[in-house]
Ligand binder design. Structure first.
Ligand code: ACO
Length: 330
């Protein structure tokens, strides 16, 4: 009995924020942003759309594209760094309610940009142990409220969006999640952090005045560890599974920065035609980045049943993860 990624869906907010829009609010240029990141635009959720709202819309699409009904779902997991509420309820509980899923176990995963691949690992274990049969996993982010729009080093990078998948059971290894590697190292915590509004620096006026509620990043240091870790991760998972890079049908890297993707792709000799690039139009959507990228590949007809995907991601914590997934959807 194997776990299988049976369907994919995403939701992209309507409002587009272009690099030209950033030229009006910080000292930057379209040219700098494109050259250093590859990003041209990103989406911003509406004021009345919380993370659970956009997550539920992606979830509904993934359920519609699967051969199950919402009554068949027995576990809902959401990965996010921008939950609707800091402590409770979990965003997974709210997504369940908004997607019409009742009386199932639901919880959130906190692994920043690695959240979707972390969820694959959890879902795989639940399915293969026989504990659950149909799991909805949702990577959803409304990151825009966590952005300091006066910090040019971070504000240009992130966008809002959501992606979801149904993980079900299969007897066929040709449509299975073959392997997931996931790791973390808290020694890098301060390089990419939202310091405030948790138990360490509570949501008090002095901490808010110090802007501790916003994402802080040492971009250059994160960049170097990201390239090193992402490359090593791919080499390790391919070697463990006796798979060569030319057997991969689609390389789906976390969409944080085009230069990072290109550095990893070139080191591993993956052709551009087999790599998914969405960073140009969405920016970094953290836990939503990989499912949104898989969704776009699916909608463009680039993903067929049985295709072997290699997922590779890296994020705050630091966390990192990779997965070998044969697509089990139609
Ligand atoms: N426009 C113009 N200039 C800028 C901007 C901007 N938007 N941002 C920074 N600069 C300036 C800096 O101030 C600096 O100027 P100085 O030399 O006068 O001090 C100069 O550009 C170079 O700054 P660096 O930080 O060295 O620029 P770098 O080439 O590293 O690019 C970037 C910055 C894009 C942030 C890059 O480091 C990066 O992508 N890092 C990794 C991000 C990432 O992958 N995060 C992981 C996942 S995120 C998650 O988990 C939530």
């Amino acid at each position: 009995m194997y776990a299988s990624l049976k369907s994919i869906g995403s939701f992209v907010p309507k409002k587009i924020m272009t690099n030209k829009d950033f030229e009006k609010i910080v000292d930057t240029s379209d040219e700098w942003i494109v050259q250093r990141t590859g990003i041209k635009e990103r989406r911003i959720a509406a004021d009345d759309q919380a993370t659970s709202d956009i997550g539920a819309l992606a979830a509904i699409k993934a359920i519609e594209r699967s051969n199950i009904s919402k009554e068949d779902i027995d576990l809902v997991i959401c990965a996010t760094l921008s939950p609707d509420h800091l402590a409770m309820p979990s965003t997974a509980c709210l997504i369940s309610q908004k997607a019409g899923i009742r009386n199932v176990m639901a919880f959130d995963v906190s692994a920043a940009c690695s959240g979707f691949v972390y969820m694959l690992s959890i879902a795989k274990a639940f399915i293969e142990s026989g504990a659950k049969k149909n799991i909805l996993i949702v990577g959803a982010e409304k990151i825009s409220p966590l952005i300091d729009y006066s910090d040019r080093g971070t504000c240009i990078l992130f966008g809002d969006g959501a992606g979801a998948a149904i993980i079900g059971v299969t007897q066929d290894k040709n449509e299975a999640i073959l392997d997931v590697h996931a790791s973390a190292d808290g020694k890098y915590a301060d390089l990419l952090i939202t310091p405030g509004c948790g138990s360490k620096y509570p949501c008090r006026a002095e901490n808010v005045n110090d802007k501790l509620q916003y994402i802080k990043m040492s971009g250059n240091e994160v960049y170097k560890v990201a390239v090193r870790t992402l490359t090593k991760d791919v080499v390790d998972i391919l070697k463990t599974n006796g798979i060569t890079s030319n057997e991969i049908d689609l390389f789906v890297p976390h969409q944080a920065n085009l230069r990072i993707i290109e550095a990893v792709r070139n080191k591993l000799n993956f052709p551009a035609e087999k790599t998914i690039f969405t960073v140009e139009k969405y920016g970094n959507t953290s836990a939503a980045s990989i499912p949104m990228a898989i969704n776009d590949a699916y909608e463009e007809g680039r993903l067929k049943k049985g295709d072997l995907m290699l997922l590779d991601t890296f994020g705050g914590g630091f966390t990192w993860a990779s997965a070998l997934v044969r697509f089990g959807g139609n």
